[in-house]
Design a protein around this ligand. Structure first.
Ligand code: PLP
Length: 388
């Protein structure tokens, strides 16, 4: 049978994520040291795990409200107010999603019509492209560059705006570059959004993983609350990737419609994860500070090792990725990662998996033990000798 004829064009247009292809390659080999997966190496802090267990033991094994437990939405509203001084009402302006991933999918599905253009600064998290393709939207990539510290370039964004532009999708702190967008540039983007009447989707998944400078919550900028969908989650900040819980916040008329989709495809986020997330917001903050402190120590170490090896890079200000440039080796990103994997058994990710602007770069995730990072850097140093 020719199965392709049964598949929608939308699905046929999806390309496998560069990360996934690379994982598949690494999975065929033994004893791989992997600095490729973008998730905390820490287990979820114990009190949060215990809250999940207690929830199950109490028989909390049923559906909750579609938007998630009101107690969790209330706790989240308090958390966001404290952290970013941004106000969202628990009723109507917040709902819980199955990780930030579902939030991204639903936002794209709710906002984008076929042919709408969505501007995405790249390199960016791989799903941004995927969810936009699934909404039949046209992706307009705008490069952020190493020369500009991977900060936003409002002039380039302005050039990319056409009458068909519907939205801008921002992802800061950035996976994969580790950049934290500056207030100055965000204000410029806000001005453009207002002038051209655009929606801004702001994925702030790493909002607490900041080492230098400040993270600006986009919806706190002048006149931006009314045109921003704020996406976030528990996966990275609270080391809860496997629980699959995140959130979407925004103006009620948009959130209401997004919740419609959520109702049909998910119903509600799993109840155990919701109860664990309440605990995370109530008592988990000190663990976040501890983990961020540890990531910072690793960031400093990996930055020094990579620059000492002669790999040009921007010092990451947030998230937990290093994004060095490898173009002077004469290899493409994929060739570099493949050779490094085969010769030194270390998995890192080709930068162009994150968009055109990632060509010539590789992403190294340092949410890993110091021991593994040190070993990976020793092997990379050995690997690099033939190029220097
Ligand atoms: N947004 C960014 C920038 C990410 O890096 C990720 C995961 O890597 C996500 C969203 C998705 O997170 P979740 O695991 O909560 O679905």
């Amino acid at each position: 049978m020719n199965y392709e004829q049964y598949l929608s064009d939308r699905v046929l247009n999806l390309k496998p994520s560069g990360i996934r292809r690379f994982f598949d390659l690494a999975a065929q080999m033994d004893d791989i040291l992997s600095l490729s997966v973008g998730e905390p190496d820490f287990d979820t802090p114990l009190p949060i795990i215990q809250a999940g267990i207690r929830s199950l033991e109490k028989g909390e094994t049923h559906y909750t409200a579609n938007a998630g437990r009101i107690k969790l939405r209330e706790a989240l509203a308090i958390h966001l107010e404290k952290l970013h001084h941004v106000q969202y009402k628990p009723e109507g302006e917040i709902f819980l999603t199955v990780g930030g991933s579902e939030g991204l999918y639903i936002t794209a599905a709710a906002l984008l019509n076929p042919g709408d253009e969505i501007i995405i600064p790249t390199p960016c998290f791989v799903s941004y492209q995927g969810v936009s393709i699934l909404a039949d939207a046209k992706i307009v990539e705008v490069a952020t560059t190493m020369e500009n510290n991977f900060d936003l370039d409002p002039k380039e964004i302005e050039k990319a705006i056409t009458p068909k532009t519907k939205a801008i999708l921002l992802g800061f702190p950035s996976n994969p570059t580790g950049a934290v967008a500056s207030r100055e540039m965000l204000l410029e983007v806000a001005r453009l959004a207002e002038e051209h009447d655009l929606i801004v989707i702001s994925d702030e998944m790493y909002d607490q993983i900041i080492y230098d400078g400040e993270h600006v919550c986009f919806s706190t900028l002048p006149n931006m609350w009314e045109r921003t969908i704020l996406l976030g989650g528990f996966s990275k900040d609270f080391a809860m990737t496997g629980w699959r819980i995140g959130y979407a916040c925004g103006p009620k008329p948009l959130i209401e419609k997004m919740l419609f989709i959520h109702q049909y495809i998910i119903m509600c986020v799993n109840t155990t994860a919701q109860d664990a997330a309440i605990e995370a917001l109530q008592t988990g903050q000190e663990y976040v500070y501890e983990m961020v402190e540890e990531y910072k120590r690793r960031r400093d170490y990996i930055f020094k090792r990579l620059t000492d090896m002669g790999l040009p890079m921007v010092k990451p200000s947030g998230a937990f990725y290093a994004f060095p440039n490898i173009s002077h080796t004469g290899l493409t990103s994929m060739e570099f990662c493949e050779q490094f994997l085969k010769e030194e058994k270390v998995a890192i990710v080709p930068g162009d998996a994150f968009g055109e602007a990632g060509k010539g770069f590789v992403r190294i995730c340092y949410a890993n033990s110091m021991e593994n990072i040190t070993e990976a850097m020793n092997r990379l140093e050995r690997f690099m000798q033939k190029f220097n």
